[in-house]
Design a protein around this ligand. Structure first.
Ligand code: HEM
Length: 275
């Protein structure tokens, strides 16, 4: 046993020495240079060129240079969109930098043209992803900028992983919002000067096609500060349950999150509010 430990120790020292020799160093270096390639198979985009921030800054269209911009650390050649991005163009401020946050904040000052995605809402995060997809489909991907989202080997940083987590949450939230709209579709709404506000339900209200219309209710959705008008089933089992003798055939009328609008009849598909 002791001999085995001794031999392993010697082997370790030999490997450590070898790694520092001039013969093996190029092999080690070429392994490191493969890292961006390996990362591309992990995260699904070609790494391309690695640019420092100051290299990226030189591609701002001035003195005939090509025009680059970065979003989420991905660098694109937007020279083809010179009328937007060239000097004097309405979106020139995006060039030569990664201003991920400004794509959704609309803050185009120096303070706003930054990469950081901290504290953005779910819809902002989805917006950034859409812009990134827009550039991938419309412009040539050049590579990655070293700094916030990628390190000097082109490997994702903590900020990149954080963005991916934010994106996962935002997608999950979007799906549950959609499920919610399908279960309790929004009401139709109209306003007429002579008879005021009208809320009503139809088999297409809220853009949700279905075979029932339902009745309008104030829906106090958990996590939302304001109730919204929802069309709820007034017969059959409650949403999401199978018909059974356990249910009272009153749909979602007894759902504690639903409240009848004052002045509206319990089984009417429409409500009027004089204002
Ligand atoms: C957060 C706010 C906004 C951002 C980040 C933004 C960003 C952009 C970008 C990057 C482009 C160039 C797209 C390309 O490469 O083809 C663009 C084009 C354009 N944007 Fe905006 N924009 C914003 C708000 C607005 C608003 C409020 C308007 C209108 C009032 C507007 C009108 C336009 C128009 C007309 C084009 C040109 C479309 C074309 O000629 O192809 N944008 N926008």
């Amino acid at each position: 046993m002791i001999t085995k430990i001794f031999l392993l120790g010697v082997l370790g020292i030999v490997i450590a020495l070898l790694l520092t020799t001039d013969y093996v160093q190029p092999i080690v270096n070429s392994f490191y240079s493969l890292l961006p390639f390996l990362s591309s198979s992990i995260i699904g985009t070609n790494v391309g060129k690695l640019l420092t921030k100051s290299e990226l800054a030189q591609h701002n269209g001035k003195q005939g240079s090509s025009i680059y911009l970065a979003i989420l650390g991905d660098v694109f050649d937007v020279s083809a969109g010179k009328r937007h991005y060239g000097e004097g163009g309405g979106y020139h401020f995006f060039t030569g930098k990664d201003a991920t946050r400004a794509f959704v904040s609309g803050d185009f000052t120096d303070k706003g043209l930054i990469e950081d995605t901290d504290g953005l809402t779910h819809s902002d995060i989805l917006g950034i992803e859409e812009w990134n997809e827009f550039y991938k489909s419309n412009y040539k991907h050049i590579g990655r900028v070293i700094g916030h989202f990628y390190d000097k080997n082109g490997m994702p940083t903590e900020a990149w992983r954080k963005f991916k987590d934010q994106l996962k949450d935002a997608k999950k939230n979007k799906m549950s919002e959609e499920d919610d709209r399908n279960m309790f579709p929004p009401c139709n709404f109209e306003y007429k000067q002579d008879w005021g506000r009208r809320l009503w339900c139809s088999t297409l209200s809220g853009g949700v096609k279905r075979d029932w219309a339902g009745v309008p209710r104030q829906y106090f959705q958990p996590g939302k500060s304001e109730p919204r008008c929802a069309c709820v089933r007034d017969k059959g089992p409650p949403a999401g349950s199978e018909p059974s003798s356990v249910h009272s055939n009153r749909g979602d009328l007894d759902n504690p999150l639903m409240k009848l609008y004052e002045g509206c009849k319990e089984n009417s598909f429409e409500c009027f509010f004089k204002e």
